[in-house]
Design a protein around this ligand. Structure first.
Ligand SMILES: Nc1ncnc2c1ncn2[C@@H]1O[C@H](COP(=O)(O)OP(=O)(O)OP(=O)(O)O)[C@@H](O)[C@H]1O
Ligand SMILES: [Mg+2]
Length: 244
């Protein structure tokens, strides 16, 4: 099977610092791949090369086997890559539907923003992703962290994301909210999306991911199937940079 994404031999330096030092990772449809490593290991920088926030110095990105050039977030979006950051870019004063369609509003035949249709579409997709979501008519500032995540995820899914990048999606969440996001991730997996998940929580990662890629000082330590390793093996990779 062809990977959905392959990032091959990626390198990127900031001044003299090799933030990414010839790293190769891949991702298959319906798979969650965790990116683990200490602060400054290069996780966010690596996925920013995929989301178009940074341009790599060298290396290649393949989407479904085809080499692609990703110079900016628009290029990434054109390849159905969507990113969900921990610090969610939601407009606090707007409701869920307005956030879901922010910058891509539905308009009626007369050229007006079609609020009714946007709310109906939001309800339709939420029924699938997070059936317990009820807060359609309040600003998202009144939503919990997990509910905000579900709005961001709904936005990505509505616009046909095939590849989802989640950078620390549960970092600011309590246990209940974290469970909600975990259920969303499981649902997206069933729908065949591929997800790169950056997290510091090794339990989360072992529970949610199929494989983990561990980075240290900009280098890839290794990639393991979670069923083949223990948490201690992974900790050894993170801390000592040693393969199990
Ligand atoms: N815009 C930038 N300019 C200069 N250096 C940067 C920039 N972004 C990242 N770096 C450096 O690149 C390295 C990797 O940083 P990165 O943010 O990718 O780490 P990370 O693994 O995501 O860490 P964390 O777990 O803390 O989020 C670090 O040494 C960091 O200081
Ligand atoms: Mg980071």
């Amino acid at each position: 099977m062809t990977p959905l994404v392959e990032m091959r031999d990626i390198a990127l330096s900031f001044g003299g610092v090799k933030a990414i030092d010839h790293v190769t990772v891949d991702l298959y449809p319906g798979e969650v791949v965790g990116l683990l490593g200490h602060n400054g290991a290069g996780k966010s920088t690596l996925i920013k090369c995929l989301s178009g926030a940074y341009q790599m110095d060298s290396g290649q990105i393949f989407i479904e086997g085809q080499p692609v050039t990703i110079n900016n977030p628009r290029d990434a979006r054109a390849h159905n890559i969507e990113t969900i950051y921990q610090t969610l870019a939601l407009a606090d004063n707007l409701d869920a539907a307005s956030n879901l369609f922010l910058g891509r509003e539905l308009v009626s035949a007369g050229g007006f923003v079609d609020d009714d249709r946007m709310e109906a579409e939001t309800r339709r997709i939420m029924a699938r992703l997070n059936p317990n979501f009820r807060k359609f008519n309040v600003p998202v500032s009144a939503l919990s962290g997990g509910q905000r995540q579900s709005v961001a995820i709904a936005r990505a899914v509505y616009f046909n994301a095939k590849i989802l990048i989640m950078d620390e999606p549960t970092a600011a969440l309590g246990p209940h909210e974290t469970r909600m996001v975990a259920e969303l991730i499981a649902e997206l997996k069933r729908q065949g999306l591929g997800i790169f998940l950056i997290s510091h929580d090794i339990h989360d990662v072992m529970a949610l991911c199929d494989r983990v890629s561990v980075m240290k000082n900009g280098k890839l330590v290794g990639t393991e199937r979670v069923t083949d390793v223990t948490e201690d093996d992974i900790l050894g990779m993170i801390i000592l940079g040693k393969k199990p």
